[in-house]
Design a protein around this ligand. Structure first.
Ligand SMILES: Nc1ncnc2c1ncn2[C@@H]1O[C@H](COP(=O)(O)OP(=O)(O)OP(=O)(O)O)[C@@H](O)[C@H]1O
Length: 241
């Protein structure tokens, strides 16, 4: 566990989607450095929690970024304050080229780190003129991650970046996430427990829209009783929860 103040704190966050309560009074802290994993079975509200932090769904509760309340702000204001968001379904602009997808993500008033992005993803430079819609799923994920790495963010919210990728690409994305975590703290929704084990220092676990466990990632993953109860798997299994 880190001793520094968390970069992002969430207190009593509740959210509705499709007329239902999908997040109920969630408390969580995102450590000032490294990766905090947000875990839980399918449908427990991980994506909705991240969307609620961004202001993308109707919500109540307190969200604080580096000591400043952001829960009253619209999503573009939250993003402008340095909350980088990589949604679950990647959401690249299919008709735009790779370079255009990166340019459109540039936030005004901050340095744009193309050097870092092209160092981490040389392929994005090579394929700069290609329409993003013609890329593979793995390459589109690289574009989505590249778009948040371009800006100097205070925190990154990354939702299931390895979903549907081959084992080789999962490894590749894991390497990129490790680099991302060196430049900004990350809240990571991830079903692949090997990726969690390799990257995360802290975990927050949700069940039924509520946060039910916070703690050290390694201790959680090594506790079969906890992983069985909250994820339905042995922590040692390493693959999907
Ligand atoms: N727009 C919506 N309309 C209706 N129900 C929704 C909507 N968005 C989310 N839900 C429901 O809210 C619950 C939480 O969904 P959410 O996607 O946040 O969970 P999750 O933990 O991220 O799941 P997964 O691991 O499957 O991505 C689910 O029961 C889901 O069906």
């Amino acid at each position: 566990m880190t001793t520094a103040e968390p970069v992002l704190t969430v207190r009593g966050l509740s959210a509705r989607a499709g007329g239902q309560q999908v997040v109920e009074h969630v408390d969580l802290d995102v450590a000032a450095t490294g990766v905090t994993a947000l875990l839980g079975r399918n449908g427990v509200g991980k994506t909705s929690t991240i969307k609620a932090i961004m202001g993308l769904v109707e919500r109540t509760g307190e969200v604080t970024l580096a000591g400043k309340r952001i829960d009253g702000l619209e999503p573009h204001r939250v993003a402008r304050l340095g909350v980088g968001y990589v949604p679950e379904d990647r959401e690249v602009f299919s008709a735009l080229t790779v370079t255009e997808n990166l340019r459109i993500a540039e936030r005004p008033g901050v340095e744009h780190r193309y050097d870092l992005v092209y160092e981490v993803f040389p392929e994005l430079k090579e394929r700069g003129g290609q329409a993003a819609g013609t890329l593979s799923g793995g390459q589109q994920q690289m574009v989505a991650l590249g778009r948040v790495l371009i800006n100097d963010n205070a925190v990154l919210l990354i939702d299931e970046p390895t979903k549907g990728l081959s084992p080789r690409l999962v490894q590749e994305v894991g390497r990129v996430l490790a680099t991302a975590a060196e430049v900004a703290p990350v809240l990571l929704v991830e079903q692949n427990l090997k990726v969690v084990r390799d990257l995360a220092r802290d975990v927050v676990v949700l069940t039924g829209g509520r946060s039910v466990h916070h703690g050290d990632a390694r201790e959680f993953l090594e506790d079969d009783r906890l992983t069985q109860r909250f994820l339905g798997v042995h922590g040692g299994e390493g693959e999907s929860a």
